[in-house]
Structure formats: structure tokens, C-alpha cells
Design a protein around this ligand. Structure first.
Ligand SMILES: CC(C)(COP(=O)(O)OP(=O)(O)OC[C@H]1O[C@@H](n2cnc3c(N)ncnc32)[C@H](O)[C@@H]1OP(=O)(O)O)[C@@H](O)C(=O)NCCC(=O)NCCS
Length: 176
């Protein structure tokens, strides 16, 4: 049986290894990037593990208060358990928890050639927001996708509140 739990610092080696198998070298995050994500970044990484505690997949997410957005950094599932709904489950979990915590939206970037990932995100309601030419290297275009977690009205109200705060003397931080 597979289980999901939050990543710990001692998962670093297994994550970096799976990342190398799942992404081409020019795209894969290296050890230092993953170390930052697991130790210093504001956000979290969810892991899928098998009964022997072997890493089967992960999703890493950063919190961006200023933009009122959660940003998915990376998502991968080991080839042996693909097409069994694990990526969708991880995404559904962060979408549900993001809504409960009051975040405005979730954002990510996906390569135009990555048809399986595009199908996955589209079915969950993510929509293209911006074209990113040469994002993953020459001729490797991508798109930024966004899934709103609150209504347009709420987003507009929050934006107005944030800009009002920024124009007030003594205002120190924005709120979601
Ligand atoms: C993309 C990836 C994360 C999908 O993981 P997964 O666990 O196999 O995906 P799921 O089983 O949850 O699939 C959910 C839906 O996504 C779509 N999908 C997933 N894989 C697909 C494929 N090979 N072809 C077409 N659609 C696919 C389907 O709509 C699927 O629903 P369905 O099975 O009911 O038709 C996985 O293929 C992967 O790790 N790829 C390499 C790394 C990568 O590209 N990550 C994404 C970076 S943006």
C-alpha cells in the first residue's frame, strides 16, 4: 500500500535520485535546490512512499504571500506507478488544503511538449495564463498555468486591500 507524508531533510538523497530519473538534466533540480526546498523554503514537499519506504513520487510547493499564490515547483511520479492517479491525488490534496488556508490561487509552469502533465493539470481546472518562450531552453517553450482558489470578486477585493495597505503610512505587510 502506498502512503503520503511530508518530506524530511533525510529524504534529500532519494528525492534527488528520483528527480534525475524523471527529468532531463537541463531541467532537473540539483541537490542544492532540493536542500533549499526541504530546509529553508516557505512551503512544503509531499512524498508518495511504498510499504518499504521507497520513494515513489513527490510534489513540492512554495508559498508566495505577496502574490497570494502557491507555486508548484515540481511534481514527479515513478514510472512503475504512473497512470494510477497519484499525481492527481497529490494535486487534489494541495488544492484542498490551499483553499482551506485561504490562498488565492495555485500557479505552475509546464512544457508545451509535456502532454501528459498538460492533460493532468487541465482536468483539474488549471488554465494557461502566460506563454513562456524558450523557458526550458532553446525552442523548449512552456506555459504558466493558474488555478484560482477563490472567486474573481474575492481576488479583486484582496488586491484593493493590499494596495490600500501599501499606500498607508506605516503599513508593513500584505495579507491574503
Ligand atoms: C506527469 C506525471 C506527474 C503524471 O503522473 P501520474 O501519477 O501518472 O498521473 P495520474 O495517474 O494522476 O493521471 C491523472 C490524469 O492525468 C492525465 N495523464 C497522466 N498521464 C498521462 C499520459 N501518459 N497520457 C495522457 N494523459 C495522462 C490523464 O488525464 C489522467 O487521468 P486518467 O488516467 O483518468 O485518464 C508523470 O507522468 C511524471 O512524473 N512525468 C515526469 C515528470 C513530469 O513531467 N512532471 C510534471 C512537470 S510539470
Amino acid at each position: 500500500m502506498l502512503t503520503v507524508r511530508a518530506a524530511r531533510t533525510d529524504d534529500l538523497g532519494a528525492i534527488v535520485k528520483l528527480e534525475r530519473y524523471c527529468f532531463p538534466p537541463e531541467v532537473a533540480f540539483g541537490r542544492s535546490r532540493w536542500h533549499y526546498l526541504l530546509t529553508h523554503a516557505k512551503g512544503r514537499t509531499l512524498l508518495v512512499l511504498d510499504e518499504k519506504d521507497q520513494l515513489m513520487g513527490y510534489l513540492s510547493l512554495l508559498e508566495h504571500r505577496g502574490w497570494d499564490r502557491l507555486v508548484i515547483q515540481t511534481l514527479a511520479i515513478r514510472w512503475t506507478i504512473r497512470r494510477q492517479g497519484w499525481a492527481r491525488r497529490l494535486l487534489e490534496q494541495v488544492i484542498r488544503e490551499g483553499r482551506e488556508a485561504g490562498w488565492g490561487a495555485i500557479r505552475l509552469e509546464v512544457g508545451d511538449a509535456n502532454e501528459e502533465a498538460q492533460a493532468l493539470y487541465q482536468r483539474l481546472g488549471f488554465r494557461p495564463q502566460q506563454r513562456l518562450p524558450d523557458y526550458y531552453g532553446r525552442d523548449q517553450h512552456a506555459h504558466r498555468l493558474v488555478l484560482p482558489l477563490v472567486s474573481d470578486e474575492v481576488r479583486t477585493l484582496r488586491r484593493q486591500r493590499r494596495s490600500a495597505m501599501h499606500t498607508q503610512p506605516g503599513a508593513t505587510k500584505s495579507t491574503p
